[in-house]
Design a protein around this ligand. Structure first.
Ligand SMILES: C[S@@+](CC[C@H](N)C(=O)[O-])C[C@H]1O[C@@H](n2cnc3c(N)ncnc32)[C@H](O)[C@@H]1O
Length: 294
């Protein structure tokens, strides 16, 4: 006997190519918006998201949508990709993602990257000034507070205006905290500030190699940060080569960078490098980098 469930499964399977065609014809802006949506059922989605969830049938079709998006991305030039990423980060979907950090702060703040921050803070032996690139809505600053890291000055930079506004509201009473809505390179070129620590997490792998190298070069040349604490994902099989595209979580595009090589070129030496495999073929690069000339 053929069950109704298997008939439905077959129909969905046959419809897959139709979805692909639909997504290919879809304007990129809409595709970016949809692919960036968080389909977790525990969040309060507006009705239109719930309808889309029903139509797309959850993660299987979301994965298909991401694949189509990735293919389109790969065909683009670097400057087109940068424009697309900017559109993505300005969209509401990145807000949803950032908000999740505040759902379980205890768990988030026990993350190994914050353990490293605590170690580094103790080593400096006084309140530290911190710059964060990719600060979203201020989750890191709350974790530093929760973990007892005394911060003399904090500056968070992000291109997402909505996230920066949220962070500003969250920390409006903290006069040593500043949140800046700017592109990273634009910010680094314009600032005259210096920081004890630059903290970057799950952000460098969204930047293409040319952009990342320029960014590290500016930090090194201007002496903006002596120490960098970086936590990024990369594909193990790509590690020894130049930066390449890979897929860690889907959207937008991720680059697998050879971090040790990029940082060494700009006079940073690596301490505590704990590159470890988190799932087959995908590793976490977690390191404290010290500027050799600093
Ligand atoms: C994955 S999130 C960062 C997560 C966060 N660091 C954490 O630990 O929860 C990446 C952030 O980088 C920002 N971003 C990406 N490219 C950027 C750029 N070129 N300039 C400024 N912000 C950028 C995005 O808006 C986004 O908020």
């Amino acid at each position: 006997m053929v069950s109704i469930k298997s008939i439905i499964k077959t129909v969905i399977y046959l419809l897959k190519p139709a979805y692909a065609i639909l997504f290919r014809a879809m304007p990129l802006k809409l595709l970016l918006y949809l692919a960036g949506m968080d389909f977790g059922k525990d969040l309060n989605h507006p009705l239109r998201h719930k309808i889309l969830f029903l139509l797309l049938g959850g993660s299987v079709h979301l994965d298909l949508l991401k694949k189509v998006l990735k293919k389109r991305y790969c065909k683009m030039t670097l400057s087109e990709r940068r424009i697309c990423n900017e559109i993505f980060w300005q969209s509401g979907s990145s807000m949803q993602w950032a908000q999740r950090a505040f759902n379980d702060p205890q768990r988030r703040c026990n993350h190994s990257s914050f353990n490293l921050m605590v170690t580094l803070y103790k080593r400096v032996g006084r309140p530290v000034s911190v710059l964060e690139l990719g600060c979203t809505n201020g989750g890191t600053l709350s974790c530093l507070q929760l973990r007892g890291v005394k911060v003399s000055k904090y500056c968070g930079v992000d291109i997402s205006g909505d996230n920066i506004n949220k962070a500003k509201l969250r920390f409006e009473k903290h006069n040593n905290a500043e949140f800046v809505k700017k592109d990273f390179i634009e910010y680094l070129n314009s600032t005259n500030d210096f920081f004890d620590i630059l903290f970057v997490r799950w952000t460098f792998f969204y930047l293409d190699q040319e952009y990342l190298e320029e960014l590290i070069h500016i930090i090194s040349r201007k002496g903006i940060a002596k120490r960098i604490l970086v936590f990024e994902t990369h594909s193990t099989s790509h590690y020894s080569k130049q930066s390449v595209l890979f897929s860690a979580c889907g959207v937008p595009l991720e680059y697998s960078h050879n971090y040790p090589s990029i940082f060494n070129k700009q006079n940073y030496r690596i301490e505590n490098n704990s590159s470890r495999e988190v799932k087959k073929g995908i590793s976490i690069f977690e390191a404290v980098l010290i500027h050799s000339l600093g």
